[in-house]
Ligand binder design. Structure first.
Ligand code: PMP
Length: 428
């Protein structure tokens, strides 16, 4: 990795940590991140000419695989007509209609430029329409880096939140309640205490930022019922799960309908795009039809819309999500069987094309505390073994893995072959 090493050193002079988003720096696993020069299908290629099978997929967007020809052509064609107009375009109308047909609960929607913007705007809207200040989120869920969302649980159940980053005033954090994922009782308790002041619950319907943790039976429906009871807004943050766990997102997969949905990643086909939307009566409260302010110079950008539309049109291919689920299951179960064969305890979770491996003897990991108590030392050795063998997994034990439509049987077989040699080495 001579070139990547040189670039990483150079990068650190003018970019904090050498990266424009922290997890890319390999801080959790140590070592030098490969600098990437191109990507195609299931592969990424680094500056030293090495090819990797990629299970990060740009952290989720590339459900069709890298450098998809139709997305690339759509972007080039749109760019020929100019990069941004700051005025309405037909592609935004097509996008809104297409998203509504795929996710019917999004009766109206707004395009934004990132997942963070989507969640931040959805929360302002929920507060604005309910006139309430507090929000309820879950430990281990990540919803972007807006102030009220970078908040962790205070000490002891039911205490008000504390900032999880310097720079966030305690006065903001105290409005955020952080409960245990998959624990409905903790949510009921919070609503008994603060229910009249809780504007919304925001949840990743499949948690993908503490490894991969699907909801237990009844959890999402329970959140729906509590929000109905207290007139709070239920927000599904489907930035990661949207168009990935299923064509209609996690809400289609689990059959629970939120009031508002946040999207990102797949909806941009690789361009910086997010969206939030939901019930028309709520969305109409946004400016200019309503008093709640939200805006964006580059929102609905024509080149980004072209990429997103080309992605969303292709995900309607029959059988795509069945194939993605099957491949994901094969990879997750395959890694687990190899680990177990070598006497390494492992548990795996998967939902649609997201998966997670946990170095633990807990049979099913369902919450943050269990996820962070896994054996990170062994994970780090596993990660570096896989990387050396040409398989690029997420560089931290608390990140989900992603599978694309371009991960075919040969890619699965190769991944498991590398896994086998990594575990032989690990346990030697
Ligand atoms: N919500 C979820 C569930 C996410 O996974 C992420 C990013 N990984 C975000 C929000 C924030 O999105 P962005 O990084 O585009 O701001």
């Amino acid at each position: 990795m001579q070139k990547s090493e040189a670039l990483f050193l150079q990068a650190q002079k003018h970019i904090p940590g050498g990266v424009n988003s922290p997890v890319r720096a390999f801080k959790a696993v140590g070592g030098t991140p490969p600098f990437i020069v191109k990507a195609d299908g299931p592969y990424i290629y680094d500056a030293d000419g090495k090819q990797y099978i990629d299970y990060v997929q740009s952290w989720g967007p590339m459900v069709l695989g890298h450098n998809n020809a139709l997305i690339r052509q759509a972007v080039i064609a749109a760019a020929e007509n100019g990069l941004s107009f700051g005025a309405p375009t037909e592609s935004e109308v097509t996008m809104a209609e297409l998203v509504n047909s795929l996710v019917p609960s999004m009766e109206m929607l707004r395009m934004v430029n990132s997942g963070t913007e989507a969640t931040m705007s959805a929360i302002r809207l929920a507060r604005g329409v309910t006139g309430k200040d507090k929000i309820l989120k879950f430990e281990g869920c990540y919803h972007g880096h807006a102030d009220s969302l970078l908040v962790k649980a205070g000490s002891g159940a039911l205490t008000l939140g504390v900032p999880s980053s310097p720079g966030i005033p305690e006065d903001f954090a105290k409005h955020t309640l952080t409960m245990e994922f998959n624990n409905l009782d903790s949510v009921v308790q919070a609503f008994e205490e603060y229910g009249d002041d809780i504007a919304c619950i925001i949840v990743e319907p499949v948690a993908g930022n503490m490894n991969c943790i699907p909801p237990v039976e009844g959890f999402l429906q329970g959140l729906r019922d509590i929000c109905d009871q207290y007139n709070s807004v239920l927000i599904f943050d489907e930035v990661m799960t949207g168009f990935r766990v299923a064509r209609g997102g996690a809400q289609a997969f689990y059959g629970v309908t939120p009031d508002l949905t946040c999207l990102g990643k797949v909806i941009g086909g690789g361009m910086p795009v997010g969206a939030f939307g939901g019930k028309a009566e709520i969305m109409q409260q946004i400016a200019p039809t309503g008093p709640i302010y939200q805006a964006g110079t580059l929102s609905g950008n024509p080149v980004a819309m072209a990429a997103g539309l080309a992605a969303l049109k292709q995900i309607s291919a029959p059988g795509l999500y069945e194939q993605l689920s099957k491949t994901t299951q094969q990879i997750a179960q395959g890694i687990k069987s190899i680990a177990n064969k070598h006497g390494v305890p492992m548990s795996v979770n998967y939902a649609g094309s997201m998966f997670g491996v946990f170095f633990t003897d807990i049979e099913r990991v369902t919450n943050y505390q269990q996820a962070i108590n896994c054996d990170t030392k062994t994970f780090n050795k596993f990660f570096h073994g896989m990387l050396k063998g040409g398989v690029y997994m997420a560089p931290a034990s608390y990140e989900a893995g992603f599978v694309s439509a371009m991960h075919d049987q040969a890619i699965v077989d190769k991944t498991l072959e590398v896994t086998e040699s990594v575990f032989s080495e690990l346990t030697r």
